[in-house]
Design a protein around this ligand. Structure first.
Ligand code: PM9
Length: 488
């Protein structure tokens, strides 16, 4: 803008880089229906039938809208048991975007985690990582290992504005190597855009320094590349010297210093199912190709249909397009900024795949033993039909040695945004629903666990409100949220 005019700068908005060709109708429910549904679901949003959900922010996993090109690719599925041509397309797409030599498809991310853990971890081993992820840690423990958190301290503080809260603390890592010995550390698991920290990225500088340190001690580094494209976008935005690099360039550089990755393709890669293990080491890859036939399927499909591999190959290409990733993260930012501006405590900076409400701050009166994040997620559903997910003590589970509940510093409710699915108007409804609850936190009742499954309890645990039979007292809900479908 010219210096001589007094006009304010003209805003330049991002907009969705696609138009809508087909729609899925949403189902509105009444408050009574939602109260019944959440009670039947044991106050666990994972146990709600999706027919009872209005806006589904449970997860960004497998919930993306595929493009017309991906759907066209589904029709090119080569369902041969062995050597499907779609596998070779997938192999080429992964090599091009991520740069690894060997690709072993799996049905989803945890399939790849299972293979890697079984191949590399021995009883008594320690696997360092930048904050735990539920399935990753579980597979490490099933293989006889122990997870050690070496993320920087700022990651555990929801209000720290550190631009790369996913970074590894190199001092913590060095201390761990000295303490347990490099021979007890089969690999370091490096998660991009750390999920449990709020979708927080690692810097390229830190990734390189971590790989250097590990490799000096002959420790391999395997990336959890599930949200590496989103991480690449933050590097471009925030890391000095990277602003002019392209997203594919940054992604290649992230992967280049690592030894391989596990991947849940259900996130960044814009598909509803799929994953892979990628490796550079020939011998390890041979072992993985052998093990995959035991648990997933032949090494040229690994649990995926040919058509799904084709959609994934196309999705990988679309995922690294700059327009796509800018709008994807822009939408999450839109939701997050509005909540911050209204005084709602959320994890800062806003992450890549969702906005994480700090439930301990939102409900300061509720003790951690009453699982504030679980209670808040249930209350949000009753309030508005918006489904979110607990990411706090219920997700953290129990200490394998003491059997006691783990209470992580972060007690969060995750509002996870599916890719290419919802509009800005949906985000506005979510914001209004949360503001309603935030204005009357005393209406929200804590919960106690009444059923605790043995593994990954957050998926199937059941709860009761600690007082009475409702998790949300009173009814200040705006009319439009409780009425029949015609009301808006
Ligand atoms: N993430 C998520 O909603 C789905 C399952 S847990 C609710 O965030 C990372 C960083 C993930 C992840 C899944 C997996 C496992 C590995 N790493 O779900 O098996 O966020 O494809 O991937 C979920 P799969």
């Amino acid at each position: 803008m010219s210096e001589s005019t007094n006009h304010p700068p003209i805003a330049r908005s991002w907009a969705e880089p696609y138009k809508i060709k087909m729609v899925e109708l949403l189902h509105m429910t009444t408050r009574d229906q939602r109260e019944r549904a959440i009670t039947e679901a044991g106050f666990n949003t994972f146990l709600l039938p999706s027919k009872d959900i209005y806006i589904d922010l449970l997860t960004d996993s497998g919930t993306s809208a595929m493009s017309d090109r991906q759907w066209a690719g589904m029709m090119l599925g080569d369902e041969a048991y062995a050597g499907s041509r779609n596998f070779f397309h997938l192999e080429e797409a992964v090599r091009q975007a991520y740069g690894y030599r060997h690709i072993i498809p799996t049905h989803q991310g945890r399939g790849a985690e299972h293979l890697l853990s079984q191949l590399c971890i021995h009883s008594g081993d320690v696997v360092p990582g930048n904050m735990y992820f539920t399935t990753t840690k579980h597979h490490q423990e099933l293989a006889g290992g122990r997870f050690a958190d070496v993320i920087i301290d700022e990651a555990h503080d929801s209000q720290s504005d550190h631009p790369f809260k996913g970074n590894i603390d190199l001092d913590k890592l060095s201390r761990l190597i000295n303490e347990v010995g490099a021979d007890k550390i089969p690999y370091l698991s490096l998660e991009t855009n750390v999920n449990m920290a709020g979708g927080q990225p690692c810097s390229l500088e830190n990734i390189r320094a971590t790989c250097d340190l590990c490799h000096q001690h002959s420790i391999a580094v395997f990336l959890d590349a599930t949200r590496a494209v989103e991480n690449a976008f933050f590097i471009k935005q925030r890391e000095r010297g990277c602003e002019n690099l392209s997203i594919p360039d940054i992604l290649s550089q992230i992967c280049a210093c690592t030894d391989g990755c596990t991947m849940s393709a259900k996130k960044d890669s814009l598909v509803n199912i799929g994953g892979f293990l990628a490796l550079n080491d020939d011998e390890l890859a041979d072992k993985a190709r052998n093990l995959v036939v035991v648990y997933e399927g032949l090494h040229t499909y690994g649990g995926m249909a040919g058509r799904d591999m084709e959609a994934l190959a196309i999705g990988i290409g679309e995922s690294v397009q700059e327009d796509h990733i800018r709008a994807r993260i822009g939408q999450v930012e839109y939701l997050g900024e509005k909540l911050i501006n209204a005084g709602v405590p959320v994890v800062r900076p806003i992450g890549g795949h969702g906005v994480f409400i700090d439930a301990a701050r939102f409900l300061p009166e509720l003790p951690r033993e009453q699982f504030p994040a679980q209670a808040l997620a249930a209350a949000l559903y009753v309030e508005s039909g918006v489904r979110a997910m607990e990411r706090g003590a219920v997700s953290a589970g129990r200490d394998t040695e003491t059997g006691k509940n783990i209470f992580p510093a972060l007690e969060l409710v995750r509002l996870t945004i599916p890719r290419r699915v919802y509009t800005q108007a949906h985000m506005d409804v979510v914001i209004e629903s949360i503001l309603q609850l935030h204005s009357e936190p005393e209406r929200i009742v804590g919960v106690e666990m009444t059923y605790e499954p043995k593994y990954l309890r957050f998926f199937q645990a059941r709860f009761n409100p600690v007082v009475g039979d409702v998790v949300l007292r009173g009814s200040a809900t705006p009319e439009y949220m409780t009425a029949a479908p015609t009301s808006r």
